[in-house]
Design a protein around this ligand. Sequence first.
Ligand SMILES: *Cc1c(COP(=O)(O)O)cnc(C)c1O
Length: 413
Amino acid sequence: MSSAGAALDPAPRDAADPLAAYRDRFVGAETPLVYFDGNSLGRPLKVTGPRIAEFVEREWGGRLIRGWDERWFDLPRTLGDRLGEVCLGAAPGQVAIGDSTTVLLYKLMRAAVEAQEQAGAGRTEIVLDRDQFPTDRYVAGGVARETGLTLRWIEVDTSAGVTAEQLAEVVGPQTALVVLNHVAYRSAWLADVPALTRIVHDAGALVLWDLCHSAAVVPVELDAWEVDLAVGCTYKYLNGGPGSPAFLYVAERLQTGLTQPIQGWMGADDPFLMGPSYIPATGIRRFLSGTPSIVGMLALEDMVDLVAEAGLDAVRRKSVALTEHAVEVSGELLAPLGVVLASPLDPERRGGHVTLNHPLMREATAALWERDVIPDYRDPHGLRIGLSPLSTSYAEVTAGLESVREVLAELAS
Ligand SMILES: *Cc1c(COP(=O)(O)O)cnc(C)c1O
């Protein structure tokens, strides 16, 4: 067998995978279903079902409202600290869990823009790129409308993402805030966060990073990279379950200078004083608004523990190996059918998924779902292969790409 052909046999790769045993910790991993969407909704952990049942029985059912004082009230911050330590390179007191990513984007964009207004330097622009996740672009549009600022767009290659050169061209004394995605949801382009953050700071602006597609799969060092603000969701590589609450990061040095617009009682200095007007809490709690979703954090807690056990660097090594495997196998099986890679070839510039383009991918996705092979589809013509490292095997990747070949061959005939 040629060395290229060897990629088609995943068995040696699974046998040599130090993280292979983690797959058994996930619900459904023993079935032949191929799951290529752990980057959209991670599989549940087997421990999570019993743990939620126990929560209902003991904590909610047994402790009742006392649960707030005993654990729940602080959970957005204690779990935030743990997530910060395990996945985000953030020292305690800078991460909190709550709301959705969309709502947190609004709160932090609005707070950043207002702080820039108060600084009085006449900064009038929010910079972002055309291919970032729609909610980021839409929220920025709403914030611009409310505040009278202008959006300044960076045009990007949809198979790649924002480079330092592109960013340096558009930022300047007019820039208030730059909003960027760490891993591009379409191409998996992995932005150079420290380099881009430095460019933003040199222009005197603030930066907000969206980590939805990198949290728990790509190591992040928010403190060391001197990031200002970040948000991310917890239902993708953090397996928190459908609609589990998001997280935010605000660097400690900025916290007292920022005031967010959804002034709810849970972010007030003394929530139980029930006072006549809002005084923001000191510290990260001022970025919270209403009663946190405790049930929504339980599965996330389990996954943060699992990532801590496996080690995020090991998770990233397997992620790179899995995407390399997918690139090799698709090169062999799918390139002859006209499929092209729409993700960076360099694994250093690639996150945890791979996008494969072909004019028939929309139809192919529907046919694959019927066969229990679950990727997702993104325009234009992109099949997204999301490879959650702790729940995905090399054999699963090969089997799934073989199905893609069969389906495309049928559709083309
Ligand atoms: C998934 C994703 C979101 C989702 O936002 P929600 O408020 O959870 O719907 C936002 N931004 C990016 C970059 C994403 O990948």
